[in-house]
Design a binder for this molecule. Sequence first.
Ligand code: ZN
Length: 341
Amino acid sequence: MDVRFQVARNMTFNPASAVAPSSSTAALLRNSNDTGADLNDPLWSAKCLISSPQLVRRVHLDYLEAGANIIISASYQATLQGFEAKGLSREEGEALLRKSVEIACEARDFYHNRGAKVSWDVLENGKTLKRPVLVAASVGSYGAYLADGSEYSGIYGDSVTLETLKDFHRRRVQILAESGADLIAFETIPNKLEAKAYAELLEEEDIKIPAWFSFNSKDGINVVSGDTLLECASIAHACQKVVAVGINCTPPRFILGLIQSIRKVTTKPILVYPNSGETYDAGRKEWVQSTGVVDEDFVSYVGKWQEAGASLIGGCCRTTPNTIRAISKVLSSRSSSITTL
Ligand SMILES: [Zn+2]
């Protein structure tokens, strides 16, 4: 089974926000055996938008119940080009992109409206407030569409230019920006060129909702292509529409140093949602489990990440609602300062 896009799709966003994988593909996978959802497909969790929207909604809800404040739509690998390759029309593809966000919004409404205690915050004056939940529309990289592992190498070849990337992403970004999402999550950005393409697109298309840029690293210093994180984060810093900069789908042991690097070039909120520490083997198309960390170990890092300047913290591939529950607990016990997106 191709699990490379198990991007954590729920993020907790508190005074100090816990970022959890939203309609986490991880969770979709865990549930796939008993629901019959087949994720062994290049369209990854996007396929569930067609075959099992109720499953996607349930996964969003699982993460909300675990304490996530930001849920991320299952559109990481949903691209118009990918849908067309599957025989869908442009209109059908656009409708599916919108649907990914609608499902997340439905889960949020359901969560708030059923009146469960956990979905409300009690203020100091004794009044209650719906716990803030943001819906982020996920945009995966060009490499995620290629589904050849290149989002983990960042090597697209000389034929892929800035214009290629802008043209590839343009319509999807336009649609997601008008979908009702609160922000756009550009995730697992593997190189400087793609960050530049996103920044220019946000400006050229005058996108009205904010965005975050999240890079991935496999050496704890650079982004996966070898471009320096300092350069990449500087692009995010310079773009007014970017409200947070960070790292996802990267082993927890690298995160502290990466936060310190990002802090050198920006004052914007920093988000981190690492994977479990396991390694994705692109050749075998599976995760190698031996180097993973258990939830307790993962959570032991949270305080340090927060002290280093991260305000949105969660989990990506191979993390679970339990990870998010633990992160959320740590953050709410430590939190005092409020970060707003
Ligand atoms: Zn991931």
